[in-house]
Design a protein around this ligand. Sequence first.
Ligand code: S3P
Length: 172
Amino acid sequence: MKDNIALIGFMGSGKTTVGRILARSLDMKFIDIDRCISIREKKTIPEIFEELGEKYFRDLEREIIEEESRDNNIVISTGGGAIIDNVNIKNLKQTSFVVFLDCNVETIYERVRRSKNRPLLNNSENLFEKIKDLHEKRQTLYKISADFSIEITSETNLYDSVEKIKNAYILS
Ligand code: S3P
C-alpha cells in the first residue's frame, strides 16, 4: 500500500469534495494543490493565469506536486491539468495510489458552467464543446495514469464513491 492517495480527473469531477471526505474517513491529511498554489502566490487561480500566464501556473503546479508528494499519510487533490505533465504523473505515482474520478461531460458541464474559477473555460463561445474537446484529449492520460478508476455521474452518491476508493486503496 502506498503512503498517499492522489485524486486526478477533469475540472468539476469532485476531486476536492471526495478528497476531503476520504481524508477524514481514513484519518489522513487533505492537500489541495490549487489551494497551495493560490496561498503561495497570494492570488486566485484566475489571477495567476491572467497576470502571470499558464506556463507560470504549470511550473508552480509541478513544483508543489513534487514537494507535497514527499509527505506521507495525505490525500492529494490535483488540478484537472496536472496529468498533462509526465513529471507530475511520475512524482504522484511514486508515493500515491492514483485514483481517477471519471466524470461524464454532461455532469461536468452542469457543475462548471457558472464557475468563474476555471480560466481555461472562461470566455468560451461554446462551453459544452470546449469541455467535450478537452475531455477527449485528456481522457487517455487520466486512464493510463490511474491505479484505480471510478465512474462519476450526476446520480453518484459521493459517500459510496469514497467507500469504493477506500476499499481499493486498502487492498492495493
Ligand atoms: C485546470 C484545472 C483547475 C486548475 C486550473 C487548470 C485544468 O483545477 O488547476 O484552472 O487544466 O484542467 P480543478 O480541476 O480543480 O478545477
